[in-house]
Design a protein. Structure first.
Length: 375
């Protein structure tokens, strides 16, 4: 079975969701399993893709060859899965129609992932909107084909709509590649999705969360008068991801609107009904406001303390405490982690018998001020 037909078959089983486990194992898995089946790359990374380009040059130099002749030509070579200048140059040295014909055949019919990858790379060097359906379909196998599919689509008119379609149907590394491309193309039609659904909670979201906040104008959206609950909840998720993105993506202290966005999120979240996930996010952000990184933001005088007090007041509300306790009793993993890792430092009443007496509001005020002083 070709990789393309395999992607089509899996997609039809659940057209609106990502492929289970990114479609792995692929049909050619037996030929690619284990260290011995993985060709070694060159010692000089700048030469990666040179041997693939040499095969393409020899193929295109002979007018009698057909795309099918390349079906098994790359299996023993180190084939890059990211855009490669040597392979792109090989595609640019030949008539575009022949490159397009070869790329289309390899993507559509190749049964070996290496050949299909080279075909997708070739389609990234030519411009034809008729290739969009082909590119986005093979892109569903996103861990392998996501980087080249996203690169090819971001360079095409109409490609941003295909990127948005693909973004809804990929996870893990594939989501990183596609969402980063969406941020680059700046399609205003993708902004509502980016503001509400770009992050799915995966650890790899840290690579692009800050780019989403910037490209989608999060500050403008969340500081508006009536943001919807999906926007509010996704903003909270974005903020917690950016708070822990050091070494991977843009962090909150490198995001200039962070103080205003943190304040706006707290105010809007307080108008929603409490839930375990909202409690955990609010606690994570309150903990972040204790950190030295938060002090580096451009706060107005006393601004950080006021916003921190807002989060602690929210976490101290009886209806929010009740939801947190219920989550803990039900064994919710996130609430259980929160109760052990952050609650003691923040003095959260929801998890402290000593501070759980609703009849002592002075004690609750002392809890909030003590937590703020601890920061």
């Amino acid at each position: 079975m070709s990789l393309f037909d395999y992607a089509v078959r899996l997609h039809r089983e659940d057209p609106d969701s990502p492929l289970f486990r990114d479609g792995e194992p692929y049909p050619d898995d037996g030929q690619h399993r284990g260290r011995k089946s993985r060709p070694r790359g060159p010692e000089d990374p700048r030469r990666r893709g040179v041997d693939v380009a040499a095969v393409l040059d020899a193929h295109f130099a002979d007018p009698s060859t057909a795309p099918v002749d390349l079906a098994g030509a790359f299996h023993d070579l180190d084939v890059p899965i990211h855009p490669n200048e040597h392979i792109a140059a090989a595609g640019c040295r030949v008539d575009a129609d022949r490159v397009r014909e070869t790329g289309r055949w390899l993507v559509r019919y190749a049964t070996d992932r290496c050949a299909a990858t080279v075909g997708l790379a070739l389609l990234g060097t030519v411009w034809d909107d008729d290739d969009i359906a082909l590119i986005k379909t093979i892109g569903l196998l996103s861990n392998r084909f996501g980087p080249l599919a996203a690169h090819a689509l971001e360079r095409r008119r109409g490609g941003s709509d295909a990127l948005l379609w693909l973004a809804e149907r990929v996870t893990g590394w594939g989501r990183v590649y596609v969402v980063e491309s969406l941020c680059k193309v700046g399609n205003t039609g993708a902004r509502p999705w980016m503001l509400r659904r770009a992050c799915d909670g995966d650890y790899l979201n840290r690579y692009f969360a800050g780019n989403v906040a910037t490209a989608a104008h999060l500050h403008e959206a969340i500081t508006g008068p009536n943001p919807d609950r999906e926007l509010i909840d996704h903003t909270g998720l974005l903020l917690t991801i950016m708070a822990d993105s050091g070494g991977m993506g843009i962090t909150l202290d490198h995001y200039p609107p962070a103080p205003a966005v943190l304040q706006a999120y707290c105010e809007h979240a307080g108008r929603l009904e409490p839930s375990a996930s909202r409690f955990v996010i609010a606690a994570q952000l309150a903990e972040y406001l204790h950190r030295a990184a938060a002090e580096r933001m451009a706060w107005s005088e006393g601004g950080r303390e006021r916003v921190l007090d807002g989060y602690l007041a929210l976490l101290d509300r009886e209806d929010w405490c009740a939801v947190a306790r219920a989550g803990l009793a039900a064994g919710d993993d996130h609430v259980t982690w929160l109760a052990g890792a952050l609650a003691p430092r923040l003095g959260l009443r929801a998890f402290s018998d000593a501070l759980a007496d609703d009849q002592h509001p002075e004690g609750r005020r002392e809890t909030r001020s003590s937590a703020r002083r601890a920061g």
